[in-house]
Design a protein around this ligand. Sequence first.
Ligand code: PLP
Length: 270
Amino acid sequence: MWFKRDDMIHPFISGNKWRKLKYNLKKAEQEGKRHLVTFGGAWSNHILATACAGATFGYSTEAFIRGEVVANPVLTICKLFGMKLHFVSRELYRHKHQLFVDLPYADEAYFIDEGGSGIEATIGCHEIITELSNTYTHIFCAAGTGTTVAGIARALADNNLNSKLHVVPVLKGGNFILEEMKKLQAPVTQTILHSDYHFGGYAKTKPELIDFIKNFVARTGIMIEPTYTGKALFALHDLIDKNTFQPNDRILFIHTGGLTGLLGLLDKFD
Ligand SMILES: *Cc1c(COP(=O)(O)O)cnc(C)c1O
């Protein structure tokens, strides 16, 4: 099997979050907007990527964080990159478009949805496939909103590649991912959903998952984390154990990055 190391794109604008931001930044530029406003949870890889991308490419950034006021290393790094943060109740957060529209300078600001999702994001995720120089019979990727896998599925179809796309939702009840992919104009005929590897839900872990991650990291030198890549790789490993694949299959695992997520879960590894 092979790894696509999108975690190595950048330490803070990592993995699929760079893919998802790229065409949003281009669109903001085309619209003459130099201020990015986005949304997310307090440990969001997307918020951090936006903060760093803004500082790097000359945009000011602002984010609405869901839930009560908290301090954590991810938010501290966001502030270091100059991002302005607002904490909003879950109730208010539900109306995020309104929060954006109510900003006095909304007309000059560029809205990026939670997790960087949306059609621009899928265009960037296309490139995960189009820049490959080999073909694979199976491709594995973690899914949160489903935007990344939607881009990958579209790229496979557009390039007549018949790889099976194995999607591992990291949330409970991950069947919604297929609907989300369809909304983003992605075909799902090559997609296989593995919705039983959520380990209790988003950012939840179990000792089995932690042990798997410890073992994998110590034996390969490739860092993974429990929220996304750990679950997807566990799924792949488990399916290999169950003899799902043929000897000459070529399996590609997309390392979607997100290693700063480890900062919130370090106590699990003590
Ligand atoms: C955000 C994230 C995902 C999920 O991406 P979606 O496009 O929301 O499905 C997967 N892996 C990592 C490391 C992430 O940070």
